[in-house]
Design a binder for this molecule. Structure first.
Ligand code: ATP
Length: 271
């Protein structure tokens, strides 16, 4: 398949600083806030755009790009900000955020207000595929963002987003299938799914949903010249998902080390 060394090393470095923040006395920090349906990720880059710190938290404050728990969202982002400030020993002033493709003006306003309400000065509000591509740097290809509630498909031509679509199939459906197959309550199925040691066993159970997502991808890519598919979003953490998608689409498919961190890093890079 395709390899993207720069993206991979950035994601790996970010995974390291989530555990051990780097305090190198940077004169300025750039923060990216990614408010997702299942997860809030905050990425902090130093003055040289190198990962300095990061945090993520599972939360139920946004649904399909819409802030459903406004107060909760502000509290979580503020807490994560304070936590990171303490680790870095300095105040984080600036942040950028992203909105899923197709989000209307009111919802994007809410996301902006959450980031400001948490105490940041907002410097940019960009769409998710553009943010992801600040790290991936694809010229011609498709970014497929499989999140909790939805799958976003974006096509890039000469480095610009030329087509976006959002379909209501995502990681939540994986958890529903696991819940049914194993007789587990949804929350337990969700936690079971996230444990990488269960992925090998889960892949055959989840194959039909991955195939459905693959056919959705095929439908949207039809008629476009796409050289590669780049997987981002938490659901792509599932080991082996890339092989099924590559087989069903017939397009070389690339998955970074931790697909959940690509968009947040791209948001921070655009701060
Ligand atoms: P949306 O894009 O639909 O608004 P989101 O932005 O919150 O959702 P992400 O944070 O990218 O989406 O992904 C969340 C999904 O990823 C959830 O369904 C979650 O269960 C799944 N997920 C997270 N980590 C893992 C993992 N290790 N293995 C499998 N699935 C995972």
């Amino acid at each position: 398949g395709i390899t993207f060394e720069e993206c991979d090393s950035l994601v790996k470095e970010f995974e390291r600083v989530v555990k051990n923040p780097v305090t190198n006395g940077s004169s300025v920090y750039y923060t990216g806030v990614d408010l997702g349906t299942a997860c809030v990720v905050v990425a902090v880059l130093d003055e040289n755009f190198k990962p300095a710190a990061g945090a993520y938290r599972y939360a139920d404050v946004v649904r399909d790009g819409m802030v459903v728990d406004y107060i909760g969202a502000i509290r979580i982002v503020r807490e994560m900000k304070e936590e990171l400030e303490e680790k870095l020993g300095c105040e984080l002033l600036y942040a950028a955020a992203a909105i899923p493709p197709g989000t209307d003006e009111l919802d994007s306003g809410a996301i902006k207000n959450v980031v400001q309400g948490a105490g940041f000065e907002i410097t940019a509000l960009l769409d998710e595929p553009t943010a992801a591509n600040a790290v991936l740097k694809i010229k011609n290809g498709a970014v497929v963002d499989i999140g909790g509630g939805t799958t976003g498909i974006s096509i890039l031509k000469d480095g610009k987003v030329v087509y976006v679509a959002d379909e209501a199939t995502g990681g939540t459906h994986f958890s529903l299938v696991i819940s049914g197959a194993y007789g587990l309550p949804f929350g337990e199925a969700e936690r079971y799914k996230r444990d990488p040691s269960h992925h090998k066993e889960l892949l055959p159970v989840l194959k039909p949903v991955v195939e459905k997502i693959s056919s959705i991808i095929n439908r949207h890519l039809e008629g476009h010249q796409v050289e590669g598919i780049y997987l981002v979003g938490g659901t792509c953490c599932l080991a082996g998902i890339e092989d099924i998608i590559e087989k069903r689409t017939g397009i070389p498919t690339y998955k970074p080390d931790n697909p959940m961190f690509v968009t947040p890093l791209g948001i921070a890079r655009s701060c």
